[in-house]
Design a protein around this ligand. Structure first.
Ligand code: HEC
Ligand code: HEC
Length: 393
């Protein structure tokens, strides 16, 4: 009896993770299936039936979206050959007395190292490595010419990842989901029609679970796949990078700070502080209209598409209360007023990342898309959100 129950417990303990995995695999497979159907009905007309793109939208079934760098292997080889070359040049200079050895370098070790290099690359390693680099460069050029058809359709081998092209710091999953949630209202300036907002919270037709199914479907194009050059050549249309400043013609509030990654550029801190302070002063001379602010927030700027769902962004409800009772209690924000915090959060979202949320998720370009009166209206709307904060409990 005792033995039997031990065996049973052992069996359950061993198999539980396997069973969970099988269960979540099934769940994912069903979600991908539902996503495929939603895609055929809602997305294929612009993104193409196989997700390869069309004149109306970029490909999603696309090595570029998944950040595949076809040159990475060759470039890494060239880099390591160049490193070896530098190393050998240095060793030879030290051994011939033309250069000083480094503090932690010992002549015997350097001689031994040079021997291993000649064993690997032959009697004249520098010449041999030069030839190898030249061969790699040729290989690179021939790869580049194989990709020419893709380059003609907008692929840039120097910029092999869509996410880094957009300075997106989060995961691809989150990128796809947030694009679906709020759409890309500004993309109408460089595409025939903009990417629509799909979430019901942004006035679109789809529920959150359907957006998740679609995201799983798109992600499934890259799952356990070895992308080939043929995959890249199959892409009919790559993403377009809008011309600088072409997206909007509204007067800009703070172009000099918008898009700055403050956390990574500490010496920009003063510029941000000064600019935000100047904007706050400008707003003090205006009267904000909270109703118009709400229209912008839920309508054309689609702030609410992210700020309605606490799992994507801090909820709109109780924003002002949260700023007073939680954010401004953070010593990092010691000298801030509520308004300064709100303005900074909108113009330079990365200057302070609300705890529990990712950097780079909020668009960084509102500073170039808002004029001062619109910003005053939005701030007036957010200042009216002084009820209980749903995040505080
Ligand atoms: C009316 C045409 C249209 C429809 C319909 C449409 N999209 Fe888009 N989509 C676009 C355009 C245009 C872009 C490019 C936006 C940009 O470059 O900022 C885009 C971009 C995207 C992106 C981001 C890709 C990138 O490289 O930036 C994703 C993900 C996406 N769409 C998914 C979908 C899904 C899923 C559906 C169906 C629910 C869908 N789209 C329906 C036009 C459309
Ligand atoms: C694509 C999603 C997205 C959109 C669209 C968006 N935000 Fe955000 N926002 C976020 C995320 C995520 C955070 C939290 C991370 C951070 O601090 O950047 C945030 C933070 C904020 C905060 C700070 C809130 C707090 O509790 O600390 C404010 C204020 C804000 N956003 C206002 C706006 C306004 C106004 C707009 C429209 C003009 C907007 N957001 C559009 C995602 C978004």
């Amino acid at each position: 009896m005792f033995l039997a129950s031990m065996v049973l417990i052992g069996w359950v303990a061993i198999n539980e993770p396997g069973r969970m995995e099988a269960f979540s695999e099934q769940h994912l497979a069903r979600s991908v299936e539902k996503g495929a159907e939603l895609f055929a009905n809602n997305c294929a007309e612009c993104h193409g039936p196989q997700g390869l793109g069309s004149g109306r939208a970029p490909a999603l079934n696309n090595p570029h979206l998944f950040g595949i760098d076809f040159f990475a292997g060759i470039d890494a080889d060239i880099a390591s050959l160049e490193a070896a070359q530098q190393n050998i040049t240095h060793i030879q200079a030290v051994l011939s007395g033309e250069a000083e050895a480094g503090d932690d370098e010992d002549t015997d070790d350097l001689e031994a190292l040079l021997v291993t290099y000649t064993e690997e690359y032959g009697e004249d390693p520098l010449v041999a490595i030069d030839e190898m680099i030249a061969a790699k460069e040729t290989e690179r050029q021939s790869l580049q010419s194989q990709l020419q058809a893709a380059i003609d359709r907008g692929y840039d081998p120097e910029d092999p990842s869509r996410l880094s092209q957009l300075d997106w710091g989060g995961t691809l999953d989150a990128f796809v989901l947030t694009t679906l949630v709020s759409g890309r209202p500004v993309s109408k300036s460089y595409w025939p029609e903009p990417m629509p907002a799909w979430s019901q919270t942004a006035g679109g037709p789809l529920r959150q679970d359907q957006l998740q199914d679609l995201t799983n479907y798109v992600m499934n194009w890259g799952a356990e796949r070895t992308w080939t050059i043929e995959d890249l050549l199959a892409v009919q249309q790559f993403a377009k990078v809008p011309a600088e400043g072409g997206a909007s013609d509204v007067e800009s509030v703070a172009p000099e700070v918008s898009g700055i990654q403050a956390a990574e550029v500490p010496d920009q801190r003063q510029t941000i502080d000064d600019t935000v302070a100047a904007v706050v002063e400008e707003l003090d001379g205006l009267t904000g209209d909270p109703n118009n602010g709400q229209t912008l927030y839920t309508g054309s700027l689609a702030c609410s598409s992210c700020h309605n769902n606490a799992s994507i962004a801090p909820p709109t409800d109780g924003t002002y209360t949260r700023v007073t009772e939680t954010r401004l209690q953070d010593p990092a924000l010691a000298d801030y007023t509520e308004r300064h915090y709100l303005v900074e959060s909108i113009l330079v979202p990365n200057a302070y990342i609300s705890p529990g949320y990712p950097a780079n998720a909020m668009p960084q370009d509102f500073g170039t898309r808002l004029d001062a009166q619109s910003l005053a209206d939005i701030i007036a709307y957010l200042e009216s959100q002084d009820g209980p904060d749903p995040l505080a409990n």
